[in-house]
Design a binder for this molecule. Structure first.
Ligand code: ASP
Ligand code: MG
Length: 252
């Protein structure tokens, strides 16, 4: 389950998604949650960086902007704990997300999710900070704006997940912006190429890199609402969707 910035915008939002996670765990006992930073947090961190340096050193910039997801993952673990569930949060680095060393726009080379698997085997809910990884020289990297969708797909691929659910403040993927056009139509299904075309035309609903990574690995994606839980949402898959045996990441 992937939760974007709008779904974790306030403490009340965390309570709501915690209930949703607990409900989902009855159906899927082994759940991994990937979170984005709360609301505008990443923008605020970027603004802060530029208040102290017009051209911030890239290493420090990634250390700073990756902090937003770290806030979200811990708050979610805490609220799940308060609701009686065992949940453990992990940074991208702790989750084994290995990237190239290109700060602020790193690509995923490999995922080594041993710690996540151990935690799942203990019956605990795993929470992973999106948008970040660690380079071969052990530096924290970020994946580019909107990159936590790509984190979610990479983790799902590494763990051979059945599917990945993206929780949004809209019902799914539409033919035009539903926040601007009341007659926008939500697609029940799309193939990967159709979804890519829609996001490449500017729809911010999913990161293009996440869709490409899912296509490479035959990973079904389900975009749905965290508010209106019983709506169908949009499935992104292909008719001949075969799961790859060995995971393929962004760069090999
Ligand atoms: N928090 C990061 C951003 O705002 C990553 C994400 O939301 O996917 O770009
Ligand atoms: Mg964000």
């Amino acid at each position: 389950m992937k939760f974007g910035g709008a779904s974790v915008a306030s403490p009340e939002h965390f309570a709501r998604i915690a209930d949703l996670i607990i409900e989902r765990q009855c159906v899927f006992p082994r759940l991994v949650i990937v979170v984005s930073a709360m609301g505008q947090t990443t923008n605020e961190l970027i603004k802060l960086a530029h208040q102290v340096h017009p051209n911030p050193p890239q290493r420090e910039y990634d250390m700073l902007i990756s902090a937003g997801e770290r806030i979200s993952m811990t708050l979610l673990a805490m609220i799940l704990c308060r609701k009686g569930k065992d949940a453990v949060s992990f940074t991208g680095s702790q989750s084994g997300i290995l990237t190239c060393s290109q700060h602020t726009s790193a690509h995923i080379i490999d995922v080594r999710p041993q710690r996540l698997i151990q935690t799942l085997e203990q019956g605990k809910i795993v929470i992973v900070a999106g948008f970040q990884g660690v380079s071969q020289d052990k530096e924290v990297t970020t994946l580019g704006r909107g990159g936590s969708d790509t984190s979610a797909v990479a983790i799902g691929v590494a763990l051979k997940a059945e599917k990945i659910e993206f929780y949004k403040d809209v019902l799914g993927i539409y033919n035009k912006d539903p926040k601007m056009y009341s007659d926008a139509i939500c697609y029940p299904t799309l193939n990967y190429q159709e979804a890519l075309t829609i996001v490449n035309q500017g729809a911010k609903v999913l990161h293009a890199r996440a869709i490409k990574l899912a296509e490479k690995n035959g990973m079904p994606l389900h975009v749905r609402s965290f508010i209106s839980r019983h709506d169908q949402g949009t499935w992104i898959t292909s008719v001949d969707c075969k799961k790859s045996i060995n995971p393929v990441y962004e760069i090999s």
